[in-house]
Design a protein around this ligand. Sequence first.
Ligand SMILES: [Zn+2]
Length: 375
Amino acid sequence: MTALYHCSGCGANLPADRPIWRCACGSHLDLAPRRGLARGEIAGGEPSLWRYRSALALEGSPCVSLGEGWTPLVERDWVGVKVRFKLESQMPTGSFKDRGTAVMLNHLIEVGVGPIHEDSSGNAGSSIATYAAAAGLTCRIFVPATAPRGKVVQIAASGAELCVIPGTRQAVTEAALAAAGESFYASHNWHPFFIEGTKTLAYELWEQLGFAVPDNILVPTGYGSNILGLERGFDELERRGEITRRPRLYAVQAQNCAAFAVAWAAGAESYVPFTPHATAADGIATVKPVRTAEVLRALRRSRGGVVAVPEAEIAPALKALGCLGLFVEPTAATAGAALSQLLRDGTIQANETTVVVLTGHGLKATDKIAELLGV
Ligand SMILES: [Zn+2]
């Protein structure tokens, strides 16, 4: 059965049977809710996110996979508290993006996509360039001139065409939008199938915790695709009667560029303008998220919130994680700083089950980490 898109802007319903990335009215599209997942439907022998294939809105078997998903969930001691870390940094391209990319590109291939392009500060670009290469798709990636070198090298090595755009991150997005007539804009921030992929994070945490739901999940958040994926995944599990309660979701942001924190502090339901500053957490330095209202709603519904991490707390958190054997990029390290903050102020209790999602590998940002740690 063909999946359906719904536009919250104009109310249109469209079949997901061709490559489109937004509604004709200009608004983003969402995938209609699916029937979800029951534990008997898991393909237990499959060590990747494709163990949940029956719950994904794809027509057939995946044409391209690099073994994404089914990442380790390890327990460590954090200031005397037992915490679980979800190592999304161990994906094929070193970041959580591969969940969304794999499902989005398999859908796009099913509906006959041609050449694609994407804009990214790094991780999404390297993920999409890598999967495009694996699938034999022609690919162009627009990156800011300030993008971390490791990620740019990763994009170039996959054979994608690199388009370096001077100026702000917004200028990069505008260049990608302008190219939408030449090739398909496979945008991880716009395309609903990206969130269809990130929802498998919810399934995995539930299964790895012995078919149980944690109390708290902390996620470094730029556009919010993991927050929306978690909400969609837990929603589906609840509708199928597999779970009866929901985890509190905490979006972790760098205080220097924190769109959700600004809106949250103002008690707003949608975007509130602010002045961004530079941050070492480049992967979450998002000035204007596409789905601001949806992410804020998901956080409120979960009874979680937003944590803004001061710049000075990123390096110590990165070092503390490193000393636990968890080598992550500065963006992911913000989650460690947020964890300390929530434990300190009593929002999170030591006896609760808390999961910290580590979104990107340290090898992606060695130059920046060297600077932060004075190596
Ligand atoms: Zn519309």
